[in-house]
Design a protein around this ligand. Sequence first.
Ligand code: CMP
Length: 223
Amino acid sequence: MSAVAVLEKVPLFSQLAPAELQRVVEATRERTYPKNSVILFEDDPGDALYVVAQGQVKVVLIGEDGREVILSVLGPSEFFGEMALIDDEPRSAHVIAMEDSSLIVLRREDFQGILKQSPGIAVALLKELSRRLRRVDEKVGSLVLLDVNGRVAQLLLELADEEGGERITRRLTHHTIAQMIGSSRETVSRTMRELVDRGLIDVSRKDITIKDRAALETAAGRS
Ligand code: CMP
């Protein structure tokens, strides 16, 4: 897919006139990262913004004992690396390729120039940052207020809502889900099995389907 076709789908850039979008594209370059390679290191200085063209990346914090907490999983048309460019602080987390991934890279000066010229982009960026803050708020709430069953239910609802329906096609292993909700792979596997047995979800090789949204919402403490 061309850089124009990728950036057109990113809400941040989609409102640009074709000529402006073309100027942004000319300032970018494409880079590929093999599965498991580190794209950004926490605490490094920030020199670029990244848009996922293909593949999937995870935003992670890594403890001294090597344990990982996944803050977010980002796929095609999602961006990262904006925080260090906005506040001139070091990178807030590591970003690691979960699959072979192809990214569109926009240098700091070019991103900042575009932000200054286009208030629409600044507003779109604020919108996305608010969306991410809401998700972090939900996550903090679920970590404190819900048991693992509830956290799994909440994550499944969130992932299905992101795809706008009852299906989750994003590829996430039980180990990854465990790292997203602060649990162990074994507990996640057991919880998923229970949700299947109770008829709340269906799991196939390709996707997860929500069968009983009301019951899943109750499990997630939403009602
Ligand atoms: P930056 O701090 O420059 O580098 C790490 C990036 O990870 C950060 O910018 C954001 O783009 C992204 N990031 C950090 N925390 C979150 C989060 N909670 N949800 C989604 N993305 C995040």
